[in-house]
Design a protein. Structure first.
Length: 197
């Protein structure tokens, strides 16, 4: 984002767009073609496609995009943080439950930290790296409180659990994206305050 009007910046934008489309494609396949398993072969193919399109391809594309806009040590630091964050999200998604809350909090923080490093974010706004984890923990506490207070009918429990799983992934993801997109504006506001002072 610090090099939007350069060839490297445009290439990074295209790579990140491709990464997002890869994740969306994986999700669409999971909800349509591979929603119900009809054979062991279909299950294996679906698992491989979801892992490739949902994790490996987008992580690779984002790492390449980061390497296009970052230079020197920042490039390597951003790559390490992105790999660590993605790995934590993968472990959390595989294990689920309370492990997901911990791993997702660490994972989204790692991805935001990689973005901050690549864009040379100022020290004063690094606290925003914790925003997705705070939102995720608050959501988990609210869901557990609602489960304890409400008696959900047996027939509706599967739908409620699925909704909870979707919210537990999408809400912190949205917060992560919003913070990442807001970085230039936050940096601009910091500069304006310094000039005014």
């Amino acid at each position: 984002m610090t090099a939007l009007h350069t060839p490297h910046g445009r290439a990074a934008q295209l790579l990140i767009t491709a990464a997002v489309l890869s994740v969306v494609t994986s999700s669409v396949l999971q909800r349509t073609v591979f929603f119900v398993w009809t054979s062991t072969q279909q299950q294996r193919v679906g698992g491989v496609l979801q892992l490739a399109l949902g994790v490996i391809v987008p992580v690779s594309l984002v790492l390449v995009a980061l390497s296009r806009v970052a230079v020197g040590r920042r490039r390597w630091a951003a790559a390490v943080l992105a790999v660590a964050g993605s790995g934590s999200l993968l472990v959390g998604a595989a294990l689920g439950g309370s492990v997901w809350v911990v791993c997702a909090g660490v994972g989204f923080a790692g991805l935001l930290a990689a973005w901050f490093v690549a864009n040379r974010a100022r020290t004063r706004i690094w606290w925003l790296v914790a925003a997705p984890a705070v939102v995720l923990i608050a959501l988990d506490v609210a869901v557990r409180g609602a489960q304890a207070a409400l008696d959900v009918p047996t027939l509706a429990r599967s739908a409620v659990w699925e909704t909870e799983r979707m919210l537990a992934f999408t809400v912190p993801l949205v917060v992560t994206v919003v913070v990442a997109l807001a970085l230039p504006f936050l940096e601009g506001r910091s500069d304006a305050r310094r000039v005014t002072a």
